[in-house]
Structure formats: structure tokens, C-alpha cells
Design a protein around this ligand. Structure first.
Ligand code: HEM
Length: 186
């Protein structure tokens, strides 16, 4: 496979870095509900730190995407496969942006936020969203509940789309016997 058929090193690093962070964050987000009480706060704090990091990486990834042309899809892909792949890719961009943002809003609207300052990886002080923290207490509480629910539901959409994304890649790799994973690897 030639370099022109592959994503660049930066794109590959961003793709797998974001995927790994999101996987860890899903495990932390879901796992916190079942973990011993003394683990829950550190797990959620780590979840928030990774989530804000993902937000930065997603901005970097979108900047890469807007300034680079991705390798063209192989000519053998059927039109419906191209359309489906593009749709899933754009939906995934939207989701990986929406998940950290809704989590951040949910956290900024938390009534106990002032007593639990946000610190990325327990080191870097981070801010909450001022237009949320300054809302009247009842509205803020409603935001906390709504955005917590939206954050959870977006998680369900993410599981579905990631499953479709992986199924598509495996179809090309195993059924069509095309080097698909190699396109996103260096
Ligand atoms: C990579 C981005 C993120 C992903 C994939 C993600 C995913 C998840 C998932 C799957 C849950 C579990 C929902 C459930 O209970 O079913 C969750 C919970 C939560 N997330 Fe996120 N999240 C992300 C970013 C963030 C960010 C940036 C923040 C805040 C700054 C945040 C704050 C929270 C909080 C407070 C909970 C509730 C934890 C609990 O009390 O059990 N998330 N997230």
C-alpha cells in the first residue's frame, strides 16, 4: 500500500489517541456507578480530565481534517458504502465533540461545583462554564439533570455508531479482503 492511500502520521495518532481516551472514559463513566464509594470521586475526576483533553484533541483533529484531504476511498467501494461511511464519519465527529461539551455543561451546572474545583489530572486548575455557573439555582439544577441525561443518551448513540464503524472496517478487511486497517496505521 502506498503512502497516498494512507492517513498521515498525525491523523493516525489523533484517531487512535482519541479512540483510546474515549474507551477509557466510557469505562470510567459507566464503572463509577458500580465502583466502591471511595473510588467514585477519583474516577469521575479522571473522567472529566480525560474528557476535556479529548475536546482539545477533537479540535486538533477537525483542524487537520479541514486542512488536509484524506486518502481517497478505493474505487471498489459501492456508492452505498461510500455514502454510509461518510455519514457515520460525520456523525462520529459530531458525537466526539458533543460528548465532552455536554459533560462539561452537566458538571458546570452541578450544585456542589464550587466546593469541588475542576483540576485536570489533579494538577492543572480548569474552569467551569461561567454562563452556566451564574444561572439561578433552580435553572442550574434543571440543566444539570437535562445535560446528564443528554450525555448518557449520546453515549448510547456512540456505542451504536462505533459498532457500525468497526463492522464496516471489518467487512472491507475480512469479507472484501482489502487492506482497510492499514489505511489508518503507520
Ligand atoms: C470523551 C468524552 C466523554 C465521553 C465518551 C463520556 C462518556 C460518559 C459516559 C458513558 C457516562 C456514563 C453515563 C451513564 O451513567 O450511563 C458519563 C458520565 C459522566 N460524565 Fe462523561 N464523557 C465524556 C466527557 C465528559 C466531560 C468533559 C465531563 C465533565 C467535565 C464529563 C462528566 C461526566 C459526569 C459528571 C458523569 C456522571 C458520572 C456519575 O456520576 O456516575 N464527561 N460520561
Amino acid at each position: 500500500m502506498t503512502d497516498a492511500e494512507k492517513y498521515t502520521r498525525t491523523a493516525v495518532l489523533l484517531h487512535w489517541g482519541i479512540a483510546l481516551f474515549i474507551l477509557v472514559n466510557v469505562i470510567l463513566g459507566l464503572g463509577a456507578n458500580y465502583a466502591p464509594t471511595s473510588w467514585q470521586r477519583p474516577m469521575i475526576d479522571l473522567h472529566k480530565s480525560i474528557g476535556i483533553t479529548v475536546l482539545f484533541l477533537v479540535f486538533a483533529r477537525i483542524a487537520w481534517r479541514l486542512t488536509h484531504k484524506p486518502p481517497t476511498m478505493p474505487a471498489s467501494y459501492a456508492p452505498w458504502e461510500r455514502t454510509l461511511a461518510h455519514t457515520v464519519h460525520y456523525a462520529l465527529y459530531l458525537l466526539i465533540l458533543a460528548l465532552p461539551i455536554t459533560g462539561w455543561i452537566h458538571d458546570s451546572a452541578w450544585s456542589a461545583a464550587a466546593g469541588h474545583p475542576l483540576k485536570l489530572f489533579w494538577i492543572i486548575p480548569w474552569f467551569r462554564l461561567g454562563f452556566i455557573t451564574s444561572l439561578p439555582a433552580p435553572t442550574k439544577h434543571a440543566f444539570h439533570i437535562w445535560f446528564g441525561a443528554i450525555h448518557t443518551y449520546l453515549g448510547y448513540v456512540l456505542y451504536t455508531l462505533v459498532a457500525a464503524h468497526i463492522a464496516g472496517a471489518l467487512k472491507h478487511q475480512l469479507l472484501d479482503r482489502r487492506p482497510e486497517l492499514q489505511r489508518m496505521w503507520r
